[in-house]
Design a protein around this ligand. Structure first.
Ligand code: DP6
Length: 320
């Protein structure tokens, strides 16, 4: 299909099993450590781009200014001839509250721009561009279990196992729909500059990544649960020991962690993962997802439960 300056793309948020928190020095938005995530099904960002006299952005129906998007477009225009853009982007889940809307957002935006203006990017290149917008977005270009690693001095995202390889359930307990106070970019820079644990984080994460990859390949739930919960807790140890400290958790976040631990003691395989916000993401076998969703829904302060699975990468839904 010839590119005529308009396209729509859909991308999904991802949840990291081994978290990214910290960048290498220098340009290009390069993570300091490897990370491993699952791309979610069940929630999505839909982004439409169209050639326009000047850049304008509508997020969930409201016109907004976004420095990250502006910076990303400026960088893209150093490599490609792209006109002004009218961008409309809609999330069917809470925006900016630790559900990785920047990951699905930059994955959808990069995919839509590629299709609209015939940039001819392959998946790896699209992922590298999405990373410049937001590093976790590099992973949302692909489906299933996705690694973001450094290879030949370049960060590269790739699917390491398909969704069918191990179709887990990811059940999200929404502990607060308020916008988060400190964004990831600022939070991770603060950790790098001030947390006494940052060095230990960067060295130990390599072993976490290797252990998680082995667990995914072997479909070893207990091994994955142990290392993924550890990685998530270690990230929050960084935010809590940054100066000033960042507390991403709401009271319901802690209550949900206790409820999931109780389920686990009663014999259900489940583990929790928390990103830069108060939401709790619970991983379990598909057969246990009803029980996990019910347990989360019964936690005081959990406003809503969203049922997700492991899903596909970013796709173009309309181009013309
Ligand atoms: C906690 O990808 O949003 O979700 O690259 O600065 O845009 P920038 O950060 P971002 O950080 C994601 C952090 C995380 C963990 C993860 O997804 O690995």
């Amino acid at each position: 299909m010839a590119a005529r300056g308009m396209a729509t793309a859909v991308a999904h948020p991802n949840v990291a099993l081994v978290k990214y928190w910290g960048k290498q020095a220098g340009a290009g938005n390069r993570p300091a450590t490897p990370s491993l995530s699952v791309t979610l099904s069940g929630i999505a960002t839909t982004t439409r781009v169209e050639a326009a006299p000047a850049d304008r952005l509508w997020l969930n129906g409201e016109e907004v200014q976004d420095a990250k998007v502006a910076g990303f477009l400026a960088e893209l225009r150093t490599a490609f001839d792209i006109p002004g853009l009218a961008i409309t982007t809609d999330n069917d889940f809470p925006t900016g509250a630790g559900l990785a809307s920047s990951a699905s957002g930059f994955a959808a935006l990069t995919t839509a721009v590629d299709a609209a203006f015939g940039l001819g990017l392959g998946g790896t290149e699209r992922s590298a561009w999405a990373r410049r917008g937001s590093a976790s977005a590099a992973r949302s270009i692909f489906g299933g279990f996705v690694a973001l690693v450094e290879r030949d001095m370049e960060p590269i995202a790739e699917t390491v196992a398909s969704a069918e390889h191990w179709p887990l359930a990811v059940t999200v307990g929404v502990a607060s729909r308020r916008m988060k106070s400190v964004g990831s970019t600022e939070g991770m820079e603060r950790a790098r500059a001030t947390s006494p644990f940052y060095k230990a984080w960067t060295t130990s994460t390599h072993d976490d990544f290797a252990a998680a990859l082995r667990a995914v390949r072997a479909r070893d739930f207990d091994a994955l649960a142990e290392v993924a919960e550890h990685s998530s807790m270690k990230l929050h140890a960084l935010t809590l020991t940054s100066r000033p400290a960042i507390v991403y958790w709401a009271p319901a976040t802690v209550a949900a962690l206790h409820a999931l631990a109780q389920l686990r003691r009663a014999g259900t395989g489940v583990f929790a993962s928390i990103d830069a916000g108060p939401q709790v993401k619970a991983f379990s076998a598909l057969d246990d997802a009803d029980e996990v969703a019910e347990a989360l829904a019964n936690v005081p302060g959990i406003e809503r439960v969203i049922r997700c699975g492991i899903g596909p990468g970013a796709v173009v839904t309309e181009a013309g």
